[in-house]
Design a protein around this ligand. Structure first.
Ligand SMILES: Nc1nc2c(ncn2[C@@H]2O[C@H](COP(=O)(O)OP(=O)(O)OP(=O)(O)O)[C@@H](O)[C@H]2O)c(=O)[nH]1
Ligand SMILES: [Mg+2]
Length: 341
């Protein structure tokens, strides 16, 4: 490659994915590549090393060709990716030696941990709790996933938030480095599983559904401006009643102007391949899967007892947007000094 075309590696911005077990963290990451391809926009993603590339390839295949969800995560996974924006194509230049076009890159170092590690009780979180906190401290962006379906059944989102949040605040704020005593991260708060009928119908009842003008299937989506309101509404069906404390807890420690809400689905809605269209009366894109053996139990804090397969092609909704928002915000910010770097 001629020297003028060589690009230095972009600075990496660490992003942690935070959420209860089964809230959809790994599926969200798995859907990223597919989401970017569907968008046909200028952004692409590729791995900076072999294992990070492998994850993108394997997960894209699992979600699309095999129509299967990832297994519950067992150990902290670290993926180094580059989000790259193609240089604008401004047509043939007049110069005989046109300047090579330069892509815009955002380096991401993404950490995905088993949801159980976030449990408020250290004994339940296990020995990797410190490693999890190290990762959160090093990250400048966090994707926080709230799963309304789990909340409806188990009502424990707050349990998987407040212990780690308090520990993180203790680690990062106690030495007075931040004058406002607020955590410096950018935080993308994502309501997951928007495709689930209970979430979709709630949004519909509240008059929040609008077709996405940018997609050929006119899938409904909830505008980011209403995402926080939908989150609050879904909290009211929490089986423990504690979900209402999730957003106040986040706002206690993260700066309001650095939080953005999104309503997301990693698998999106079902499109009948024969008709090629979306039907609001038959939107679900997952099917229950038979147990692998009779009486198969749920693991401790692990995946739901009932397993699902994906029904048709995956059309992720609002999966790229939180990552790009974080990536762009972090790239615009001066790098933060962090302990342990
Ligand atoms: N309806 C719907 N279900 C989803 C979606 N994403 C994930 N799921 C369901 O949630 C389950 C758990 O998803 P994972 O991505 O493994 O969740 P996780 O947060 O990584 O779980 P741990 O690794 O155990 O912490 C999947 O097996 C699916 O049943 C989605 O976009 N829509
Ligand atoms: Mg996982």
């Amino acid at each position: 490659m001629p020297p003028e075309q060589q690009k230095p590696s972009p600075p990496e911005h660490s992003i942690a994915i935070w959420g209860a077990p089964g809230s959809g963290k790994t599926t969200f990451l798995a859907a990223l590549n597919i989401a970017l391809m569907h968008k046909k926009g200028p952004w692409r993603i590729f791995g900076s090393d072999g294992p990070s590339s492998d994850f993108l390839v394997e997960m894209t295949t699992a979600l699309s060709k095999n129509q299967s969800f990832p297994e519950a995560t067992q150990a902290i996974g670290n993926y180094r990716w580059v989000l790259s924006r193609k240089a604008d194509d401004d047509g043939p230049g007049r110069s005989l030696r046109p300047k090579p076009k330069t892509a815009h890159r955002i380096g991401l170092d993404v950490v995905d941990a088993p949801g159980g590690f976030y449990h408020a009780q250290r004994a339940k979180a296990g020995p990797d709790r410190e490693a999890l906190l190290d990762n959160l401290e090093r990250s400048s962006g966090i994707v926080y996933l709230f799963d309304p379906i789990r909340e409806f059944k188990s009502g424990d989102a707050f349990d998987f938030l407040h212990g780690v949040l308090t520990d993180l605040a203790g680690r990062m704020l106690s030495n007075g480095e931040y004058a406002d005593d607020m955590l410096p991260h950018h935080l993308a708060v994502c309501v997951t599983k928007f495709d689930d009928l209970r979430v979709l119908r709630t949004a519909q009842k509240l008059g929040m559904l609008m077709p996405d003008p940018d997609d050929q299937h006119s899938f409904p989506r909830v505008d980011d401006d209403y995402a926080e309101e939908l989150f609050q509404e879904l909290c009211s069906v929490s089986s423990s009643g504690y979900a209402g404390m999730v957003v106040p807890a986040l706002k206690q420690f993260f700066r309001r102007e650095q939080i953005k809400f999104f309503v997301t689905s990693s698998i999106g809605f079902f499109v009948d391949p024969a008709k090629g269209s979306f039907d609001l009366d038959d939107p679900q894109n997952l099917l229950p899967e038979a147990p692998r053996h009779p009486g198969e139990p749920a693991g401790p804090g692990g995946p739901p007892a009932k397993r699902y397969r994906i029904r048709g092609p995956v059309y992720p909704i609002n999966v790229v947007e939180p990552m790009l928002w974080l990536g762009q915000r972090m790239a615009a910010q001066a790098p933060r000094r962090t302990a342990g770097r």
